[in-house]
Design a protein around this ligand. Structure first.
Ligand code: 1GP
Length: 249
């Protein structure tokens, strides 16, 4: 695999846990705001940027966002809500399957439509199983998600095993951007203990304690989006809490 996967794997194998900052290009049009946000996130110690949004992202916004984020020197990864989020200015793309979608579009059609574009742009591909746990967020609605019952880690693990058997390298467990509650902490724990997948957790993470608990329970990478838009000053403490949790390599 390519440079971004290497960057992530090397950090993880040295025992470090990672933080990614999600930027929604649709919410970053005010002049100068994105540049400030990018610098604040970098100064807080974030390891990479994700670009994505479920609705309303234009290709021009995705291009502009990627160019601004790239100027920080950190990797920029497309986290596609749809084809319009794919930009040639990113370094890599999470090539995701929304595994608990009821729509064939999110299971295979979007990927088939995206593949030739990704080839043209030469983006590095990071294959990821993507599981949206709750049903009441934008991503769940748009992605026609079949929500999971509460507190059933064995179902999450079944999806993770399926992702691993298919050949995915990453497994992204998502509450949904702006979710009222983050995912239960046992979910990453089960996946980490029983697979070799790189475990990403996002959605509704707003405090250092929550981020720390999820990392202590097996999350390799924590993603936050809303916090940097609403309270950028809180980000540094979240990243610090994540970085405190080194595992022995
Ligand atoms: C990325 O959806 C997350 O998976 C971001 O969620 O906006 O709630 O931090 P927040």
């Amino acid at each position: 695999m390519g440079k971004v996967h290497e960057y992530i794997s090397e950090k993880l194998s040295s025992g470090e846990k990672l933080h990614f900052t999600l930027v929604d290009p649709d919410k970053s049009s005010e002049p100068g705001r994105l540049e400030r946000l990018a610098e604040e996130a970098k100064d807080s110690g974030t390891d990479a940027f994700l670009i994505g949004g479920s609705l309303g992202v234009t290709p021009e916004e995705a291009d502009r966002t990627a160019q601004i984020l790239k100027a920080t020197g950190l990797p920029v990864i497309v986290f596609p809500g749809n084809l319009n989020c794919i930009t040639r200015y990113a370094d890599a793309i999470f090539f995701m399957v929304l595994m608990n979608s009821l729509s064939t579009y999110y299971l295979i059609e979007a990927q088939v439509a995206a593949a030739p574009i990704i080839m043209k742009y030469g983006l590095e591909v990071l294959p990821a199983g993507y599981l949206v746990v709750y049903g009441d967020t934008a991503v769940a609605h748009v992605g026609r998600v079949h929500a999971l019952p509460r507190d059933k880690p064995e179902i999450v693990l079944a999806y993770a095993w399926a992702a691993e058997m298919i050949g995915m390298k990453y497994f992204y467990i998502e509450a949904g951007s702006g979710a009222l509650s983050h995912i239960p902490a046992e979910y990453p724990k089960w996946v980490k203990e029983h697979t070799k997948l790189i475990v990403i957790v996002g959605g509704g993470i707003r405090s250092p304690d929550t981020a720390q608990r999820l990392v202590q329970n097996g999350a390799d990478i924590i993603v936050t989006g809303t916090i940097v838009e609403k309270r950028p000053e809180a980000l540094a403490e979240i990243v610090k809490a994540i970085k405190r949790n080194r595992t022995s390599s």
